[in-house]
Design a protein around this ligand. Sequence first.
Ligand code: SAM
Length: 499
Amino acid sequence: MSDTPAPTPAPLLCAALAADLDAADLRSEPLRSLWGEEADDALARGMREPILRAIRGDDGVLATLGRLLVLGMPQPRSAVDTALPRLGVDGLVALGLATADDETVTPIALLRPQSFVDAEGVGEWWIASDLDEVALDGALPPDHVLGVGGASRTLAEIVVPIEVDRALDLGTGCGIQALLVARRAGTVVATDISARALAYAEMNALLNGVGNIEFRLGSMFEPVVGEAFDLIVSNPPFVITPRGDDVPEYEYRDGGLVGDALVELFVRTAPTYLTAGGIAQLLGNWESRDGVTGLARLEAWVPAELDLWVIEREQLSPLAYAELWIRDGGTTPRDRAFTPLLTAWLDDFAARGVTSIGFGYVLLRRGGGMPLRRTERLVQHVSGVGQALGTGLHGHDLLAEGVPATLLTAPDVTEARHLLPGNDDPSVIELRQGGGFARTVNVDPALAAFVGASDGELTVGQIAQALADLFDVPLPELWAELEPRIRSLVLDGFLVPAE
Ligand SMILES: C[S@@+](CC[C@H](N)C(=O)[O-])C[C@H]1O[C@@H](n2cnc3c(N)ncnc32)[C@H](O)[C@@H]1O
């Protein structure tokens, strides 16, 4: 249990604060225009000085709230009272977001606008979370509640955009995933082991007028025992951390288990909490140990009847991993604490024979048919991953019935032909996806012609017959060659069924 004070999500005060923030136009674009793009980008890299220079001497409402809530810096009480006319300084203090004396208001939380885009359009929320390293000017306390970070954005981007009845956000933190999922769900249960995190998440739901989220305290699946969900999302505390008295345990990133046991526990347990057809998605780390790859270990944890799709985005050596997470906690090689921490991390990895650590996305589905089991490494730039995963799952389900009768080449697919100088016939033909997983596949002339002719009008059978005539091969022979490759193009979203 943490001693750090928690915010108080009082509905009337949250409504007054939201009205004040709205009137002040505390949103991403107005702030960016106020202090300029370069200063705004610099804040994302941990520098607040460029913003302070840009708004020096400006004691207007937006500049005051920007310094107070976005940067987490004390402001004169009179200026804050003017900037928050409905809530007032006393209301801000009662919400647990600041302390105040006669002269000065001192923030104890950040409150930042956070824009997002989903299938329903562009939107923006106000997200309250603990003061970050820049505002604290030092290392984070172990019970720190994170704001929206890179991993939060990654998970938000990979969630399959489906409408669901019941969803679960496990380890909700400031509540960002729950807010996003709530746009497409009847109800969302948001859980966390941290009461402070839940208080922030509840406050953020109130500030943004989102009413279909239930908040529950507890570890892992304990708060939802006996329940089932159509969608489970989690950015869990997956960071592998050596256990020992001198290694800080950050609640926001460390689940307290050894190695990658938290990810193992999650993927072994989650299926019990899925409805038929339900999907669970999480980010995670997994260890490759003594010649057994992390992907192979992960696959072995998931019951064989479940669909499993794992995309490994990154692999780090034990040294690179240790350095990354020691620095993330605010300790650098110049600090005396660095070397003992590095030793603890490297000893811990060595004790389990860890040779590398993978990071990536995991999707589980209680599919019901022939299971999809796919583990792969994708290191290229990807976009619209949630949509691409949804297309792949849909393709897998359709292929259970056979290759669809009519196919259409996806609109982002282009073809590149590589010819040896002076030669008219290509030696390599590539199909490339412009979006999604941005895959490139090599195809032979028959498959390239098949894809080229897949216009949603001609049936697969008609195209195959025309190609058999063109290449002068018996249709069964051509089809035996083409069919597995067409299936793989459907699964990867190069070819989509014509409606
Ligand atoms: C990396 S943060 C993710 C926060 C948020 N969901 C996001 O995407 O930004 C992980 C969260 O899991 C919570 N957590 C840690 N251990 C947990 C456990 N055993 N059970 C449930 N939640 C836990 C932490 O308090 C933290 O809020």
